[in-house]
Design a protein around this ligand. Sequence first.
Ligand SMILES: O=C(O)[C@H](O)[C@@H](O)[C@H](O)[C@H](O)COP(=O)(O)O
Length: 224
Amino acid sequence: MIETFADEAVLAAAAAAAAADVLRAGLALRGHATLIGTGGRSPAPVYDALREIDLDWGRVTVSLSDDRFLPMTSPDSNERLVRERLLQGRAAAATFLSLYANTPSPEAAADIAEPQLRALAPFDMLFLGMGEDGHVASLIPGSPVMEAGLDPAGGRFVIGVPAGVGSPPVARISLTLPALLAARSALVLIRGAAKRDIVEHGSGLPVHAFLKQSKAPVRVLWTP
Ligand SMILES: O=C(O)[C@H](O)[C@@H](O)[C@H](O)[C@H](O)COP(=O)(O)O
């Protein structure tokens, strides 16, 4: 099930091409398309490749599977990564929908994002990274909201995640499993032997909850 790529650049080109195909199909069928991005190191080269692809970016909306509850001025902001690496060049014409808001709590920011993400769904393309603890989005082992976020029958699309888990262990805003499963297609981007081992031989972690479902078609792209 895992697709192996020789290196990061080859993986990035394949992921960008797959995303562009799906976005083009969404544009042709519905007149607009949605890409849900992710933070971390893995997506940055994909963003670099994707932003130069000739698409009607003005009719594409981009958001995130999770963000840190930090303003864009922070180097740890995922929104900052997407704005700096994806929303440039041709892709600068896309609309970005923030998960972060300057609210007193991540829960209040999630309340603002909730109806906006619901209105966007289903999403044409979802990118996910995975941590070495098996987390996807900010559904992180050890978090008090992980179980609620992974409930396939849960009523929320977006939740606040209190500080104390993850790296950095700051508060976060995350899509839930029902929101992630509202993707028409998804790419999980992973690198290194340890992560491959978790996907193939681990069990019961957030990544497995996402992979063991038949709702959203998922490809797992791996490079050593
Ligand atoms: O907010 C976070 O905790 C990270 O952004 C995290 O979710 C990241 O996506 C994965 O750890 C994969 O990271 P890499 O892409 O660097 O492998």
